[in-house]
Design a protein around this ligand. Structure first.
Ligand code: C5J
Length: 224
């Protein structure tokens, strides 16, 4: 198949369908939906919800184009044995990881709030990576799946930009993947972090990767 290009900053990124994967990071109810854990902590979830529609368009286009789609969820075993004590203590929260929250036990696998929002729900054929950390490579089989499929380029969407998206992009970068982050498909509760996190990725000639948007992603796919 021909080599195509995504228009992006700091410069266009070459890609082939077969070696490209869409990574949808942590689009979970507890982070994104009103009434979830994120909102309970005082965050404005509308800043994250603005990503849903562009993510839907990107997800649909990737599926149509036959691009590998992989979803991630941050969360833990119900006995919390995979949660570092430091993570459980962090924040000194009254209701934190493993406690009964507004949508079930917070960030525990199998709970309502832990699952992916219906608008972006994975197809049965799409791998879902359950990750105990912020980065999607940490203590998961994501790298194995990507290598087995011959993936070299990652299109990255999801939440939150400066936490799980950034950590994953940095991990991917060190493992030799090219990452393209779609700026309207990643969201932060903190507008200033959104701006800074995206700037960091494309700075210094693309030190962690490339930044583009859903319109340019869709345009590149429609030309291919
Ligand atoms: C956070 C995430 N923010 N998915 N998780 O704790 O970014």
């Amino acid at each position: 198949m021909a080599i195509m290009h995504f228009e992006a900053e700091p410069y266009p990124l070459a890609f082939e369908h077969a070696s490209t994967a869409l990574l949808m990071i942590d689009m979970q109810r507890d982070f994104v939906e009103p009434g979830g854990f994120g909102e309970m902590l005082g965050n404005d979830v509308s800043l994250l919800r603005s990503t849903i529609e562009p993510c839907q368009r990107v997800l649909e286009a990737a599926r149509q184009a036959g691009i590998t789609v992989i979803h991630t969820r941050e969360g833990h075993r119900s006995d919390l044995t995979d949660a570092p004590p430091s993570k459980l203590r962090r924040g000194r929260l009254e209701i934190g990881i493993g406690d009964k929250g507004p949508m079930g036990r917070v960030l525990v696998r199998g709970e309502h709030g832990h699952d992916i929002i219906p608008e972006l729900y994975p197809l049965p054929s799409e791998p879902v990576i359950d990750k105990p950390g912020k980065g999607a490579f940490h203590e998961t089989d994501l790298n194995l799946i990507l290598r087995n499929r011959g993936i070299k380029t990652l299109i990255v969407c999801g939440v939150t930009t400066e936490v799980c998206v950034h950590t994953t992009v940095r991990e991917a970068n060190d493992r030799g993947y090219d990452c393209l982050v779609l700026e309207d498909c990643v969201g932060s509760y903190f507008p200033e972090f959104q701006v800074a996190a995206l700037a960091m990725i494309k700075a210094q000639g693309g030190i962690f990767g490339w930044v583009s948007d859903s319109a340019r992603f869709l345009a590149a796919l429609s030309e291919s």
